[in-house]
Design a protein around this ligand. Structure first.
Ligand SMILES: *[C@@H]1O[C@H](CO)[C@@H](O)[C@H](O)[C@H]1NC(C)=O
Ligand SMILES: *[C@@H]1O[C@H](CO)[C@@H](O)[C@H](O)[C@H]1NC(C)=O
Ligand SMILES: *[C@@H]1O[C@H](CO)[C@@H](O)[C@H](O)[C@H]1NC(C)=O
Length: 546
């Protein structure tokens, strides 16, 4: 952002002081809507040219189909389902007239989808190295969407649908456009927490759908934690039977999990599960006796429990079996192993642990005990052939990590997390950023602007270090979130993160972003997503309620 622009914002912010006194705290400047030369594209593609030549589209004549040159043939159901989805988004509520009606000579009749590489990946799962690029040319009589793999085609379909707009009579148009696009970062995630509150499958699916509309490609499923254990394990069914809020109504069955994974795959989204240990595991203890450390009050057990007990062999036998199951249930090649916020108080109180510390020569340094546990856990997960992602504390505590470990930064203000990113990348590890994107924290006004300004590569480091930043995640922790408020709290605020992670680094014009995002938000609303408003405004098609 230029200094001049910044100054203008400061002045605007000062000018709105009166409003500030009237209506509470308004941290971010008010922005003024002006139509963008990029229409309502969100996130902004890498290269876009939209001309003023426009074509009509009608629901009776328009179709999306496979280009005859396409390597996908017509047998890729992932694409066929996407064609139908996007056709419906574009013409929702528009009356289909008689098919025999002659097409207007200025009408766009077809979008042809052309998968160019011999391995289309139609039946595969997306990975961190999937090719998500695509090229789109909107011209008459057909528009062409070219992509090496189906993943790029999915993104291109979303982009195409965003180019379609409605005139005041409700007729659909699209302008002559050329786009060449690919993501800046490979890992663009949203974290949902299903432990603090159970989230019905319907809500999870609706959010996967919305993620696809924003080109997010990782669902980080923080599936269990202290409050509840809703994951139904086939190997250890007692875990959810005793640890879920309710053993039947508040669990994710193997069929549920499968459905989420397939629904996500059809939208180019990976599902990365997190089973956080050794802390955040109170709910695990209910169904798995002797897994957690008994805390002591003086010389007697107090009846409460702390983190996973790291000194028992049975702990590791359990983890081996449990992660063997997890690694086969979740096809993604990464598992998130957590490792954050381990409270040492209980370990310190337990005489057996004290003795073990002495035997191992750990002195009074309990982070060494934590490392001992994590080390063994990582070795176990390594034997399942999965890679792992861990929260930053594991790195901070000096645990030995495989070179392909991804370290997830969540702590600290800007100064602190930038130092942390510098440290992690100078040690040669890949990293993900979440610190500025804790969307469960809400502030009055347009807090999306702060989320939008944060850039995961803004820290002191070499080009090599910057390349180790593979992306980031918007986190929506569940303390105060359930099915009633999840979607409006997350959207469109997460959209700001989506553009930061997809678009070029130079895309920082907050005024232009505001104009595109306002229309994008109305598009989400029109598609039935209760995304909250950004400012006093209206949508041509308001949310119809439930
Ligand atoms: C699309 O074309 C119309 C009609 O010429 C024009 O008014 C509009 O500005 C164009 N849209 C964009 C985003 O350039
Ligand atoms: C735990 O396993 C280690 C290594 O396999 C073994 O030396 C030790 O005796 C075992 N401890 C118990 C209590 O079984
Ligand atoms: C980064 O590393 C330096 C040197 O090892 C250390 O002093 C500093 O505390 C670390 N900073 C963070 C934020 O971890």
């Amino acid at each position: 952002m230029s200094a001049l622009l910044e100054l203008t914002f400061v002045l605007l912010a000062l000018a709105s002081c009166r409003g500030l006194q009237d209506s509470g705290i308004d941290e971010e400047p008010e922005l003024v809507f002006q139509p963008s030369k990029f229409g309502s594209l969100w996130p902004l593609p890498q290269k876009v040219q939209i001309s003023e030549v426009s074509f009509k589209l009608s629901p009776s004549n328009f179709q999306i189909s496979d280009a005859k040159e396409s390597r996908s043939g017509s047998s890729c159901s992932l694409l066929q389902l996407a064609y139908r989805r996007y056709y419906d988004y574009m013409f929702e509520g528009v009356k289909k007239v008689d098919r025999s009606a002659r097409a207007d000579p200025t009408e766009l009749l077809e979008l042809q989808v052309w998968i160019t590489s011999p391995d289309t990946e139609c039946d595969s799962y997306p990975t961190v190295s999937s090719d998500e690029s695509y090229e789109l040319s909107v011209d008459q009589p057909v528009a062409v969407l070219k992509a090496p793999k189906v993943w790029g085609a999915l993104h291109g379909l979303e982009t195409f649908s965003q180019l379609v707009y409605e005139d005041e009579y409700g007729a659909k148009s699209i302008n002559y456009t050329t786009i060449s696009d690919f993501p800046r970062f490979a890992h663009r995630g949203v974290l949902l927490d299903t432990s603090r509150h159970f989230l019905p499958i319907k809500v999870i699916l609706a959010n996967l759908e919305t993620m696809a509309m924003n080109k997010f490609n990782v669902f980080h499923w923080h599936i269990v934690d202290d409050p509840s254990f809703p994951y139904l394990s086939k190997t250890f069914p007692e875990l959810s039977r005793k640890g879920a809020y309710h053993p039947y109504t508040h669990v994710y069955t193997p069929a549920d999990v499968k459905m989420v994974i397939e629904f996500a795959r059809l939208r180019g989204i990976r599902v990365v599960s997190e089973f956080d240990t050794p802390g955040h595991t109170q709910s695990w203890g209910k169904g798995q006796p002797n897994l957690l450390t008994p805390c002591y009050s003086g010389s007697k057990p107090s009846g409460t429990f702390g983190p996973v007990n790291p000194i028992l062999n049975t702990t590791y036998d359990f983890m081996r079996k449990f992660f063997k199951e997890v690694s086969s249930v979740f096809p993604d090649s990464y598992i998130h192993l957590g490792g954050d916020e381990v409270d040492f108080t209980c370990w310190k109180s337990n005489p057996d642990i004290q003795k073990f510390m002495e035997q191992q020569g750990f002195g009074k340094d309990y982070s060494k005990l934590e490392s001992f546990y994590i080390q063994r856990l990582l070795d176990i997960v390594t034997t399942t052939n999965k890679g792992y992602i861990i929260w930053q504390e594991v790195f901070d505590n000096g645990v030995k990590l495989k070179p392909d470990t991804i370290i997830h930064v969540w702590k600290g203000n800007q100064e602190k997390y930038q130092l942390e990113m510098a440290n992690i990348t100078s040690a040669g590890y890949q990293t993900l950023l979440s610190s500025p994107w804790y969307l469960n924290r809400i502030a009055y006004g347009q807090d999306w602007q702060g989320h939008y300004r944060a850039d995961p590569q803004d820290f002191k480091g070499t080009e090599e270090q910057k390349k180790l930043v593979i992306g980031g995640e918007a986190c929506l922790w569940g303390e105060y979130v359930d099915a009633t408020n999840l979607t409006p709290r997350l959207w469109p605020r997460a959209s700001a993160v989506a553009e930061r992670l997809w678009s070029a680094k130079e895309v920082t014009d907050i005024g232009d972003a505001y104009s595109r995002l306002s229309v994008h938000r109305c598009r989400l609303v029109e598609r039935g997503i209760p995304a909250e408003p950004l400012s006093p405004s209206f949508c041509p098609h308001e949310y119809k309620g439930i």
